[in-house]
Design a protein around this ligand. Structure first.
Ligand code: PRP
Ligand code: URA
Length: 209
């Protein structure tokens, strides 16, 4: 596995992943698991965030502490990335959220961009693309292309489940982008679904089909 690909071995991540995959898991529980797993992976993906020292006053004394010194942007790929993005804003309320509308054409499996309201000037230090499923990798590569054209310098990708094909595609196209995941599965089927995967992450979160 490439050095830039990080698959969590954390027991809580693996426990929640099995629940997430189960076809018995209803949308409400599914959304809860997406949120919890996103927070655990966010914790792993942000170990290198820069800190600035500060002084905080406790009820007893002044005390040295730290605050996050980097401006972090979260880019959820619509629509399945929404649940992950919401979870990350709860962890770090100062994040900026910029939605990227991309869907996969069902016939060609090629990504189609339909929404992008990034500000004209990049105003963040770290961009985190969030999307639960890295299948062919087309959507992730397109999202990184958009962010690089915009001028983003440090970009990371946070997903839940990937196919080997998607990891290969994203790391070949953008070797400078670290990838954080809960699992790399076996393969893609003929319809471009990850096997065993969890089915359609958007449909399972929002109860559609
Ligand atoms: C899913 C998923 C990714 C994309 C992955 O979205 O959330 O964005 O497919 O596939 P790829 O790696 O082959 O590009 P989808 O296109 O189903 O849109 P949705 O979230 O609106 O359902
Ligand atoms: N998108 C999904 O939601 N699931 C897959 O298995 C592949 C792409």
């Amino acid at each position: 596995m490439a050095e830039q690909v990080h698959v969590s071995r954390h027991p809580l991540v693996q426990h929640k992943l099995a629940l997430l995959r189960s076809n018995l898991t209803e949308p409400k529980k599914f959304r809860e698991l997406v949120r919890e797993m996103a927070q655990l992976l966010f914790y792993e993906a942000t170990q290198d965030l820069a800190l600035a020292p500060l002084t905080v006053q406790t009820p007893l004394a002044a005390c040295a502490g730290y605050e996050v010194a980097e401006r972090v942007g979260i880019m959820p790929i619509l629509r399945a990335g929404l649940g992950m993005a919401e979870a990350l804003t709860a962890m770090l309320p100062t994040v900026h959220v910029w939605h990227l509308g991309l869907y996969r054409d069902h016939e060609t499996l090629q990504p189609v961009t339909y929404y992008n309201k990034l500000p004209s000037v990049p105003d963040i230090d770290l961009s985190l693309i969030v999307d639960p499923m890295l299948a062919t990798g087309g959507s992730a590569v397109a999202a990184v292309d958009i962010l690089k054209r915009w001028g983003a310098r440090r970009i990371k990708y946070l997903g839940l489940i990937a196919a080997p094909e998607g990891v290969q595609h994203l790391s070949a196209a953008h070797p400078d982008v670290p990838i954080y995941l809960a699992a790399i599965d076996q393969h893609l089927n003929e319809l471009g679904y990850i096997v065993p995967g969890l089915g359609d992450a958007g449909d399972r979160q929002f109860g559609t089909s």
